[in-house]
Design a protein around this ligand. Structure first.
Ligand code: 6PG
Length: 269
């Protein structure tokens, strides 16, 4: 099945659209179960979404039921400017008094060596989701995973050609310094961990990503050989939330459908 594609006119409206979709998924999950688990993305793109959620969605989200995790972390301490935890903490977590602090489950980027941090995070996840080591989950783990896309075709810290993208058993692995900034080791969820989730949103914006968006989305199944994001297959749906610039090289017909999907959500004609 081809993933759902939704195209917003510009980055601010992309953030608004992503916030609305986030709220929708979180609320639906909260009706089904007590704890709603969401893996946050790193990088700069999701920060506008996080600000929207903390500023505008105060009454729209079941905060006490939400549990936040991360898809990946840079191996730096939590107060470091490159920490994915820090970025989400400042924009999403700190401003929301209603979110219990023990609902925040960060990756210990400061733990050395990085494989120890990966192991600790996998243990935390397996305990949270009650999935014994070495076994597969019988139902979905994360209700929602947010992901970004790097211009080289990476997602979370799964880089094209890196063995981490071939991991079949472990949920979390350490990755050596990548070729793209910031050049620090990482800890990342693996494809099996992403595959155990219910929903996945890729949020991607900017003209410099238009090539890679087109490669990842258009050249299926060849894309799967090259790009880890093309192999993210959760139990439920994958949705690509794009701005016009990032969608510029997609087939015209997909773009029209993506705009229609956005205008239905955004309430614009
Ligand atoms: C990270 C990420 C990474 C990110 C992309 C896009 O820790 O760097 O999780 O996968 O999502 O690199 O990053 P930007 O949004 O900054 O372009």
């Amino acid at each position: 099945v081809r993933p759902e594609i939704v195209i917003a006119p510009d980055p601010p409206r992309l953030a608004g659209l992503a916030a609305d979709r986030f709220v929708e998924v979180a609320r639906a999950a909260a009706e089904r179960r007590e704890r709603v688990s969401i893996a946050l993305a790193g990088g700069r793109t999701p920060l506008a979404l996080y600000r929207r959620l903390s500023a505008e969605s105060l009454d729209r989200l079941p905060w006490t039921q939400l549990h936040f995790f991360w898809g990946d972390e840079r191996c730096v301490p939590p107060e470091h400017p490159e920490s994915n935890y820090r970025a989400a903490f400042e924009t999403l977590i700190a401003p929301v008094a209603a979110l219990p602090r023990h609902n925040v489950h960060r990756i210990l980027g400061e733990l050395v060596p990085p494989p120890a941090a990966a192991e600790a995070y996998e243990e935390l996840l397996r305990e949270f989701f009650a999935v014994p080591p070495g076994t597969e989950p019988t139902s979905a783990t994360f209700d929602l995973v947010l992901l970004g896309l790097g211009p080289d075709g990476h997602t979370a810290s799964l880089f094209p050609g890196d063995p981490a993208a071939e991991e079949r058993r472990r949920w979390v692995v350490a990755v050596g310094k990548p070729l793209v900034a910031p050049r620090v080791a990482r800890v990342t969820l693996t494809l099996p961990a992403l595959g155990a989730a219910d929903r996945v949103f890729f949020v991607v914006e900017g003209i410099e990503k238009r090539n890679i968006v087109a490669h990842v989305l258009r050249e299926a199944p060849a894309a799967e050989l090259l790009y880890p994001p093309a192999r993210v297959k959760p139990r439920g749906a994958v949705t690509w939330l794009l701005d016009e610039a990032a969608a510029a090289l997609l087939p015209e017909e997909w773009v029209r459908a993506g705009r229609r999907a956005a205008s239905e959500s955004l309430g614009i004609a």
